[in-house]
Design a protein around this ligand. Structure first.
Ligand code: CA
Length: 230
């Protein structure tokens, strides 16, 4: 597979240079944009494989850019935001972003996020039409409505199973608390958030017995993500 083409959208030249220099020295192809209009133009005409999107741009709101791109494309979008802006990250993820990087970030972090996004692209293309999900020792047969760990049937409650399906159908993407509670209970009250934490804890106890198999990442104040373990 060719090295993917990365679109870098960032108005701060220092951060933009850090990202593009890192991409260049790691043999990625990239295009850069310093405002929202240029970003949408580049996303439309150059067909990048992955987007790094700063949420604070001079012309357009980052969340609006995500919404627009999502009307025609499912490319991985990794948003870049400042540490204090958890609510912005949540809105960006709910609008369809896949992941986020918090400023200031290291080159190592940047490259790690890129690898997750790349894996997400390859698993999305491999998954088309597949009714069985495999990740490490975890298997889900969506058709049969059963999950297995090391070949043994997992005894999951309906809510735990639903939660597991939501996470595995979007491997590599950070799913927000609101998204998950809304999908499971059709609402996102404070009490739903508390229930989510409880069901997530019991689900994790069942699938993460083995300390090497940490399938689910917790993003405090934001949500959860299923990671590829192999
Ligand atoms: Ca900015």
């Amino acid at each position: 597979m060719n090295k993917p083409l990365i679109l870098v959208v960032e108005d701060d030249p220092t951060v933009r240079n850090l990202i593009t220099t890192t991409l260049k020295s790691n043999d990625y192809r990239y295009i850069a944009a310093s405002n929202g209009e240029a970003a949408i133009m580049a996303a439309t005409t150059q067909q990048p494989d992955i987007v790094f999107l700063d949420l604070g741009l001079p012309d357009l709101d980052g969340v609006e850019i995500i919404r627009r791109i999502r009307t025609w494309s499912q490319i991985p979008i990794i948003v870049i935001s400042a540490r204090s802006e958890d609510s912005d990250k949540v809105s960006a993820l709910d609008a369809g972003a896949d992941d986020y990087l918090t400023k200031p970030f290291s080159v190592t972090e940047l490259l790690a996020r890129l690898r997750v996004a790349q894996r997400r692209i390859s698993s999305a293309s491999a998954r088309t039409g597949e009714s069985v999900f495999r990740n490490g020792s975890l298997t889900i047969d969506y058709g049969a409505g059963c999950a297995f760990l090391k070949g043994e049937v997992l005894k999951l409650t309906p809510t735990e199973y639903k939660l597991l399906c939501l996470l595995t159908k979007d491997v590599g993407k950070v799913l927000t608390h609101t998204y998950l509670t809304d999908k499971i209970w059709g609402s996102s009250w404070e009490s739903d958030m508390a229930s989510l934490r409880v069901h997530m804890a019991t689900l994790r106890k069942k699938i993460e017995k083995d300390p090497d198999a940490q399938y689910i990442q917790t993003h405090i104040g934001i949500g959860y993500r299923m990671m590829r373990v192999e």
